[in-house]
Design a protein around this ligand. Structure first.
Ligand code: NAD
Length: 381
């Protein structure tokens, strides 16, 4: 049994470390912050090890380090980097709050599992990002920024030459030509990082507004010669293209891609499978030694035909790296940012010292996908 001060919310996080996951949903800095809001923090043994936060760091910040069973028993709210699996959900007490990227747009079955377990589920992917009050809760922005930065480094590392122009006694080496497809949060960070490494960067996005953003970073905007001006969807996001538009876009990208040494793809449409931008034909047209990093790779497919999560596929000397998990490779900072996002979501739902849903709040309406009865209300019932 964890020690709990009277009238506080107890928040717990687990050790989610796996082959590709090194992040943790709560860091010691944020423990200290949450304590000021009256939250008692429980952290599973070793949860922060892979992100360089030790159990001793958590204890020093005022958290209690314990086993998963104690967290499941004592915590009223649980925070996640990745969504909890069904086995863990089945061990949760009804009324527990679950905060994480739950994949609720594409996985109804999973949401039903949460509903059946009687938990109150807060889906971070549904955060109304346009609200100014939601900025500090925006995990998509914080983690995609980290991913875009790391994607440029991974590409540079896999590439067999320099990114900047180099003049040496043995000759001058031309700078690498980098193409970024999808110039949202991750894409803009990838542009900035590749530019700082000295590459000549070109970028493309279907949203007309992105041209100015790309150019303001000193990159060229790729003209595909297509009119996809209606590519802007709701809320500042892209819309899904029609089959004809997509085919025209793929043909144009495949052709233009041939001139580049490195291609980084980050294109997504909320709630949909990522669009294929570069087909097998386009990959086959790249020169030996070219590197492709597909940050949108997923089990449903990514932006690059044939990309596979966690693998480097090498075809005719072209490396295609399926890497949606790159934020995890900058685990210390990515965890700290993510932890701040999750903590601010948690504290949004604390009203008068207890977890509560305010049905008239836009954020609550948008994010609660299962259950709506807070634990305290259940205890009272
Ligand atoms: P995202 O991860 O959903 O998509 C990444 C990028 O892929 C987007 O720029 C999108 O336009 C692009 N894309 C989708 N389909 C494409 C296609 N077929 N071809 C080329 N590109 C394609 O989005 P994100 O990066 O999280 O955010 C996108 C934009 O949303 C941001 O640049 C920003 O302008 C806006 N945004 C606004 C707020 C806010 O209002 N506070 C917050 C977050 C994001």
């Amino acid at each position: 049994m964890a020690e709990q001060a009277e009238g506080t919310v107890v928040f717990g996080v687990f050790n989610e470390t796996s082959g590709t996951e090194s992040r943790v949903a709560l860091t010691p800095d944020i423990v200290a912050r949450l304590r000021k809001s009256g939250v008692t923090c429980l952290v599973e043994h070793g949860a922060g090890d892979a992100a360089e936060y030790t159990d001793a760091d958590y204890i020093a910040a005022g958290a209690q380090v314990c086993d998963a069973e104690t967290i499941l028993e004592d915590a009223q709210a649980l925070g996640f980097v990745d969504r909890p699996g069904e086995a863990l959900i089945s061990r949760m007490k009804p009324g527990t709050w679950v905060i994480g990227m739950l994949g609720s747009f594409t996985d109804n079955e999973y949401v039903e599992t949460l509903e059946k377990a009687g938990v109150t589920a807060v889906a971070i992917e549904r955060l109304p990002r346009q609200l100014s009050s939601a900025q500090s809760m925006d995990e998509m922005t914080s983690q995609n920024s980290v991913m875009g930065y790391k994607a440029a480094l991974v590409a540079a590392n896999a590439y067999g030459s320099f990114l900047p122009m180099m003049t040496t006694a043995a000759g001058t080496i031309r700078p690498a030509k980098v193409l970024i497809l999808g110039a949202g949060i991750a894409g803009l960070q990838a542009i900035g990082t590749a530019k700082r490494l000295g590459a000549v960067v070109t970028a493309y996005d279907v949203r007309p507004a992105s041209k100015d953003e790309v150019e303001s970073l000193g990159a060229k905007f790729l003209d595909l010669g297509l009119d996809l001006s209606a590519g802007q969807g709701e809320g500042g996001y892209a819309r899904a293209l029609s089959a004809e538009e997509q085919a025209a876009q793929q043909a144009a990208v495949d052709e233009k891609a041939a001139g580049f040494d490195i291609i980084i793809t980050t294109a997504k449409v909320p709630g949909r499978k990522p669009p294929v931008l570069l087909t097998e034909r386009g990959v086959a047209g790249l020169h030996r030694g070219a590197v492709v990093v597909d940050c949108a790779a997923s089990d449903l497919g990514g932006n690059v035909e044939g990309s596979t999560v966690g693998q480097i596929v090498t075809e005719d000397g072209v490396k295609v790296i399926g890497a949606p998990y790159l934020a995890s490779e900058v685990a210390t900072t990515a965890s700290n940012l993510l932890s701040r996002n999750v903590a601010d979501i948690l504290t949004h739902f604390i009203v008068d010292g207890a977890l509560a849903v305010r049905p008239d709040e836009e954020l609550d309406q948008a994010m609660i996908v299962a259950g709506h009865k807070p634990l305290n209300a259940q205890k009272e019932a």
